[in-house]
Ligand binder design. Structure first.
Ligand code: V47
Length: 358
């Protein structure tokens, strides 16, 4: 196996296999890898880079799970534990609308005491602010929890949430699928197979979703490739994933001690680039600047990335774990960041329709 042969395959539109993806992860010439990823991206997306204007609402940090990588969760009654009222949710959605947001991204802990109706009201509250706000809400992990709570099947649960205003799902909770690593990271969480099964049902219910991968902790690069393989296989079946988002582990304040201060810039760029090349059935690869830092996120636009998240307001999950990035980025700042990378900024909606080319 050699790089030139893999590049030739990729350039002629032939899918690479897992051994080849592993080879790319270990290939020392980062710039050659980046160029190949960029060729793949430009074939699909030209020089346009997407962003959207959104606000995150993390309605509660109270969670029955104890994921070892997570610095966000609190036990009920613990210092710092919170649950937003629906009035607080409404106020945040109103503010976001005034700032030009088109999307509200809602994820929270698995709260032990809230009834299913709370989640329906949460969605309805946001939609009442404006029916044009797209609500991207609840990870597959939350969907499994809500179905249990409501004593409904996954499709029935999704139907009720859709009726209340659910527009699509974020990609969180995927972490890393490899069972031996997942059991160390988050033993109480649904398995990788369950996460994939729920996403299949989400797509079958006519909803789009995103897909994430948490990296830079205990996993090997083979685990990353295996994770991406399972995403690619499901995408072949459903076509329901909109974007792949690798999430760089933020090690501060979490129970998981791995030494060092987090992933390296080279590893971040490599992971995004291999993701872009291997996931040939994903239209978009997103750099989440909150976890990557703004500079690596900007440079990633030369390594196959075509989507930046976002003008996030009040992000908690990454910042509780020590992310040093700002809590928000304005539309002007993100447009400038994309332009300075020599790309064309395009504001999109949640479903990747172009709203405005800058
Ligand atoms: O599932 C938790 C991750 C995820 C840490 O779909 C951590 O558009 C790094 O999924 N270090 C939630 N990561 C965030 C998420 C997301 C973010 C932005 C956009 C989208 C989207 C989805 O955050 C969790 C977990 O994988 N996470 N703790 C940490 N210490």
């Amino acid at each position: 196996m050699n790089f030139a042969a893999i590049a030739e395959k990729v350039n002629s539109g032939v899918r690479i296999d897992e051994a080849e993806a592993l080879f790319l992860f270990e290939y020392p010439d980062l710039l050659a890898l980046g160029e190949l990823a960029q060729t793949v991206n430009e074939r699909r997306n030209g020089r346009k880079v997407f962003f959207n204007v959104n606000r995150h609402i993390n309605h509660t940090n109270i969670c029955v799970n104890r994921c070892r990588f997570c610095a966000f969760f609190r036990r009920p009654g613990e210092k710092g534990a919170y649950l937003m009222s629906l009035d607080e949710v409404r106020a945040r959605a109103e503010e976001a609308l005034q700032q030009g947001a088109t999307e509200i991204h809602v994820v929270g802990g698995l709260h032990p005491d809230l009834p299913f109706e709370f989640y329906l009201e949460l969605l309805a509250t946001i939609k009442a602010v404006s029916p044009d706000l797209h609500v991207k809400a609840f990870t597959a992990v939350e969907i499994a929890y809500l179905a249990d709570l409501a004593k409904l099947t996954i499709p029935q649960t999704l139907e009720k949430l859709k009726e209340a205003g659910l527009g699509s799902l974020p990609g969180g909770g995927a972490e890393i699928f490899a069972p031996e690593i997942r059991n160390q990271l988050c033993p109480e969480k649904i398995s990788g197979a369950e996460w994939l099964s729920i996403m299949k049902q989400v797509h079958e219910a006519g909803l789009k979703s995103n897909a994430t991968m948490l990296y830079g902790h205990l996993e090997s690069v083979a685990d990353r490739v295996d994770h991406m393989r399972q995403l690619r296989e499901l995408q072949d079946l459903t076509g329901g994933f909109q974007v792949f988002i690798p999430l760089a582990f933020q090690p501060e304040h979490s129970e998981l001690k791995i030494g060092g201060s987090g992933t390296s810039g080279v590893d971040d760029l490599r992971t995004l680039a291999v993701g872009r090349i291997y996931l040939d059935n994903f239209a978009n690869v997103k750099a989440y600047w909150v976890m990557l830092g703004e500079k690596i996120a900007q440079v990633s636009l030369c390594f196959g990335v075509n989507d930046l998240d976002g003008t996030v307001v009040e992000e908690r999950i990454g910042h509780d774990a020590g992310a040093e990035t700002p809590q928000a980025m304005s539309r002007d700042a993100i447009v400038a960041m994309i332009r300075k990378a020599g790309r064309i900024p395009v504001e999109r909606d949640t479903l990747y329709r172009e709203l405005h080319v800058y």
